[in-house]
Design a protein around this ligand. Structure first.
Ligand code: SF4
Ligand code: SF4
Length: 400
């Protein structure tokens, strides 16, 4: 695709990269076939090709209008369009540049701005998020459905203490997962303890930065990345891996070097952190675990979060581990399609998120599974609030 970006913008880091990505797109439209929002809305501007064009026009004119804002806001950032692209267009990266520009130059309505501000200031702060969750619980019935669905229904479990071991891994707690499904990490700690590996936590750990990154808030993202690197760095040499059990956090942590590429002081440290980060499925698969298959095993419908399959490119690993552990995996139609959770998407685009959830649950339940398993707290909560009476768990909870 030909581009005509202003020279001054082209000389910036974002401008140079946007130009490269835009030029790699040949406008064939093959990506539209895998895009969930294009499938639901049938509008060219709600597919990747249309959004690429909108970003190009916005960057060329150096102006952001309401049309581009509407269609970029509707993008899930699921990146299902990337593997479908024969030209290898880095759509996710272009979208990040587009959203940064939009946040700086666009104008949002008051409610939307307040909601985004609230999300950036509350969700990544564990203490604040827990306080809001506690306060919100008695008034649950008064809250909008999209907010109500995100509140934890019960008090978080307390952390179990295991013996000290020679081998140690640092397990990330995440901000939302720590408040909503702390039992996921408890399951992992018990599993690793039985194999002689100790799980340690970093109480200084802060948000990985994915929330502000998806909202296009560049300054908050940089602050979050710096803060988290400062927290993780002192523990890196003592552990064999930094394990993420929430695929949404893992994908961002692995991307720290790219996100801090122009940041001279933090780039080397970002590389050190990212080198140690592995998804829990990657870590467990290289341990060569053996399982007691005498228990009452179930039929599982596996939902791979977009951040695992498209973001981290991990496919087949969890499925293999679950099968090795004795589970039967049922077939699931359109496994590449997003469930509609997509970080804060279910709060900011509730109708589309609910439509995608209904479609995903239909696909997951076609072969009547006993349980739905996934790998990210956002997908888990979102699917569990749907209209199917099938339990939704993190896959680690199925391993014994
Ligand atoms: S992003 Fe890739 S698949 Fe989509 S229109 Fe461009 S070249 Fe074609
Ligand atoms: S990231 Fe997902 S929603 Fe956005 S354009 Fe690509 S496939 Fe569509």
């Amino acid at each position: 695709m030909q581009t005509n970006l202003p020279q001054a913008f082209k000389e910036t880091r974002h401008g140079k990269r946007a130009d490269e990505i835009l030029r790699s797109c040949v406008h064939c439209g093959l990506c539209n076939a895998t895009c969930p929002t294009y499938q639901v809305l049938g509008d060219e501007l709600d597919g990747p090709r249309g959004r690429i064009y909108l970003i190009k026009e916005m960057l060329e004119a150096q102006e952001a209008d309401a049309v581009v804002q509407t269609h970029l806001d509707r993008c899930l950032t699921c990146r299902a369009c990337e593997p479908a692209c024969p030209s290898g267009v880095a759509y996710g990266e272009l979208l990040e540049i587009g959203r940064d520009f939009l946040e700086e130059h666009g104008r949002r309505g008051l409610i939307d701005s307040i909601m985004r501000r609230w999300l950036v200031s509350v969700v990544p702060d564990v203490a604040r998020f827990k306080r809001w969750s506690r306060l919100g619980r008695p008034f649950r019935w008064m809250l909008p459905r999209s907010v109500r669905e995100q509140l934890p229904r019960r008090n978080p479990a307390t952390r179990q203490v295991f013996d000290a071991r020679e081998r140690q891994v640092l397990v990330l707690q995440g901000c939302v997962q720590r408040a909503i499904t702390p039992e996921v990490n408890t399951s992992l700690a018990a599993l690793l303890d039985s194999r002689g590996i100790e799980v340690v936590y970093d109480d200084e750990e802060s948000c990985c930065g994915s929330l502000s990154l998806h909202l296009g808030n560049a300054s908050e993202t940089r602050i979050a990345l710096h803060r988290n690197i400062d927290a993780l760095l002192p523990m890196l040499d003592d552990v064999e891996a930094v394990i993420s059990t929430a695929s949404g956090c893992g994908v961002t942590l692995k991307d720290y070097p790219r996100l801090l590429a122009g940041d001279e002081s933090y780039f080397p440290m970002a590389c050190r952190v990212a080198e140690k980060v592995v998804d829990v499925s990657e870590y467990l698969s290289q341990l060569g675990l053996e399982w007691d298959k005498t228990a009452d095993y179930q039929r599982v419908a596996w939902h791979a979060p977009c951040t695992l399959q498209h973001g981290q490119g991990i496919t087949g690993t969890v499925e293999r581990l679950l099968r090795d552990a004795g589970y039967e995996l049922v077939g699931v139609r359109d496994p590449h399609i997003c469930c509609g959770s997509a970080g804060t998407y279910s709060l900011l685009q509730p109708e589309l998120a609910r439509t995608l959830r209904s479609q995903k649950l239909e696909a997951l339940c076609e072969e009547a599974p006993d349980v739905i398993a996934t790998a990210n707290v956002g997908c888990q909560t979102h699917l569990a609030n749907g209209d199917k009476n099938v339990p939704v768990v993190h896959w680690l909870e199925l391993l014994r």
